[in-house]
Design a protein around this ligand. Structure first.
Ligand SMILES: Cc1cc2nc3c(=O)[nH]c(=O)nc-3n(C[C@H](O)[C@H](O)[C@H](O)COP(=O)(O)OP(=O)(O)OC[C@H]3O[C@@H](n4cnc5c(N)ncnc54)[C@H](O)[C@@H]3O)c2cc1C
Length: 381
């Protein structure tokens, strides 16, 4: 296992303490009421948790990818909704500006994002373009001094609470598939931009998931991110990193469920003994802990590769695939270990089970991860 540096250990402890003090007490309520945790996110900004990997000169903590991934994990251990808000803000809403933005774009947008002034997100998914991003129908037509964007994006995290969004749109109408796409930085205050209906979700109910709508939305020329036509390439790089964060979300959820199982099986008595003394329960706990530890290895390894500037596309897909499927198995068995109590909202493992499902879908489904991994091994035939 990668040895954490002193700084990484300190960030882990700080986020754990914050999560227990500020996030855990509200986790059940925000899930039940589908309520966005504005105050908690504001406090996270004050602690510099909204810009962990970005350079200090842009308002970040300059603490690296692994520190950020550990923060996503520790938050998810108590609340998936708060964790995915941070993950979408950092990996989707901020990373593209850091990686592909001009100096002016970094000053104007990355700095407020990293220093927690406001939240960001990314609009990629459309009604007809999910796994197949090449089917994007949103258009950006060149005009005097900028582009006019028309179309809509669905299922966007932070859509109604964020202020800046990375948006993928077609700029070359004749190009086919993944060609002719470009990315833009769009502010929520731009005329012709609005967020649409709020989704009523299975899990992560305290996170904000809405539609983004563009009706003749004018975006100034200086807000194109990277070169025209390079949108698909930069998007794929963004998703490689984003997948590590969704893996960390899954890892934290699985660890949080196991955290609830251990004291329960020690205390709960049936047939005159603690249920943790039954081999059936012990096997369950052993499998949970082993798979969680394996997920942690894969995720930290992928984050480390990213931090080192080495190729990590296959490794991030492996980490997300394994951790998300682990999270589903662990949370399902956590309910089983608690029996009928596990099925009840009060014991909270059912929330972990509902939250875990997203990790097999967002930023590429498990099927898409297997395609990426196989392509990384066999090559593109
Ligand atoms: C809570 C939540 C938050 C989200 N946040 C964001 C966000 O912030 N920004 C954003 O842009 N999107 C976001 N999404 C969207 C998410 O990334 C997509 O839902 C996901 O990529 C899958 O796309 P889809 O829903 O259109 O499913 P589809 O692509 O229609 O897939 C349906 C099924 O077909 C399978 N499938 C598709 N193609 C293939 C293939 N080639 N081979 C084998 N199987 C295939 C899939 O694996 C899946 O099982 C979010 C989604 C959710 C639920």
């Amino acid at each position: 296992m990668i040895q954490l540096t002193e700084e990484q250990r300190l960030i882990k402890d700080t986020v754990r303490e914050f999560a227990l003090k500020e996030v855990e007490p509200i986790a059940r309520k925000i899930d039940k009421l589908s309520e966005f945790p504005y105050e908690t996110i504001k406090k996270m900004g004050e602690l510099n948790l909204l810009g962990i990997p970005w350079p200090q000169k842009y308002g970040g903590a300059e603490a690296g990818e692994l520190s950020y991934i550990i923060a996503v994990e520790e938050l998810a251990r108590v609340c998936g909704s708060t964790s995915i808000t941070l993950a979408a803000h950092t990996s989707l809403g901020s990373f593209p500006i850091y990686a592909f933005g001009t100096e002016e774009q970094k000053k104007k947008y990355l700095t407020p994002l990293a220093s927690g002034k406001y939240l960001g997100g990314m609009g990629l998914t459309e009604p007809e373009a999910g796994s197949d991003a090449g089917a994007t129908r949103t258009t950006a037509v060149k005009t005097n001094g900028g582009y006019i964007i028309n179309g809509s994006k669905i299922f966007i995290t932070n859509a109604s609470v964020g202020k800046s969004f990375i948006v993928l749109a077609k700029t070359d109408m004749k190009a086919k598939g993944s060609y002719g796409l470009s990315t833009f930085i769009v502010e929520s205050s731009f005329k012709g931009f609005k967020s649409g209906k709020k989704e009523d979700k299975l899990g992560l109910r305290g996170s904000d998931t809405c539609e983004l709508i563009f009706e003749d939305c004018f975006v100034p020329e200086e807000n194109i991110l990277g070169k025209e036509g390079d949108g698909f390439k930069s998007l794929m790089k963004t998703l490689d990193g984003g997948r590590i964060s969704i893996g960390a979300l899954a890892l934290g959820i699985a660890q949080g469920a196991l955290d609830k199982v251990i004291p329960y099986v020690r205390e709960r008595q049936q047939f005159g003994k603690p249920i943790g003394s039954f081999q059936a329960i012990q096997m369950m706990v052993a499998d949970m802990a082993t798979e969680i530890e394996a997920s942690r290895h894969l995720i930290y390894h992928a984050a480390h590769l990213m931090e080192e500037g080495k190729p990590f596309s296959k490794e991030s897909a492996m980490a997300k695939l394994f951790a998300s499927e682990t999270a589903m198995r662990v949370t399902k068995n956590a309910i089983q270990a608690l029996g009928g109590y596990g099925y009840m909202n009060e014991y909270q493992v059912e929330r972990y089970y509902r939250d875990a499902k997203l990790t097999e879908i967002g930023e590429g489904t498990s099927e898409v991860q297997r395609i990426v991994i196989a392509r990384g091994i066999i090559g593109k035939l």
